[in-house]
Design a protein around this ligand. Structure first.
Ligand SMILES: Nc1nc2c(c(=O)[nH]1)N=C([C@H](O)[C@H](O)COP(=O)(O)OP(=O)(O)OP(=O)(O)O)CN2
Length: 127
């Protein structure tokens, strides 16, 4: 299996309104470093998984839907706890929509909260 990974970041505000999260129940900011790994069993006719530029642009466009926004006010996320784990899956699903015509086996999105904590979601596409 081959993997191409690109990286970007997004700055958001959000709250996690569940007592489980203690002080993070209040509105706070987060800057996530986001890695998207695209997997493919065999390389395409150009000898790549995806064009690096196309992958980076897609990630930037998906993150652009959220960055600088208060996630509590984003209609598409209404009623959801926007945890790092949840956001990793949300980004993976949006990327999968953009590359549905590619023969990708999986997309893994890693969201790094800070250097010592991160979460990821692997979206299986074709196996
Ligand atoms: N598994 C997850 N745990 C937590 C998430 C998350 O997205 N997934 N998010 C947060 C908060 O949003 C924030 O990032 C950290 O808040 P904080 O209160 O500092 O949380 P900590 O658990 O690191 O520290 P405490 O000692 O519990 O306050 C929290 N957890």
């Amino acid at each position: 299996m081959f993997t191409l990974t690109v990286r970007d970041h997004m700055m958001v505000a959000h709250s996690l309104p569940d007592p489980f999260f203690g002080p993070a129940r209040a509105l706070h900011g987060a800057t996530y470093v986001v890695e998207a790994g695209f997997e493919r069993a065999e390389l395409d006719e150009h000898g790549v998984v995806l064009d690096i530029g196309a992958a980076g642009t897609a990630l930037a466009e998906v993150l652009g839907q959220l960055t600088y926004r208060n996630l509590d006010e984003v209609e598409a996320l209404d009623g959801r706890l926007t945890t790092t784990e949840f956001l990793a899956r949300w980004v993976a699903e949006r990327l999968a929509e953009r590359f549905e015509r590619e023969d990708l086996a999986a997309i893994t999105v890693v969201l790094r909260e800070h250097p010592d904590a991160w979460a990821s979601y692997r979206l299986r596409l074709r196996w």
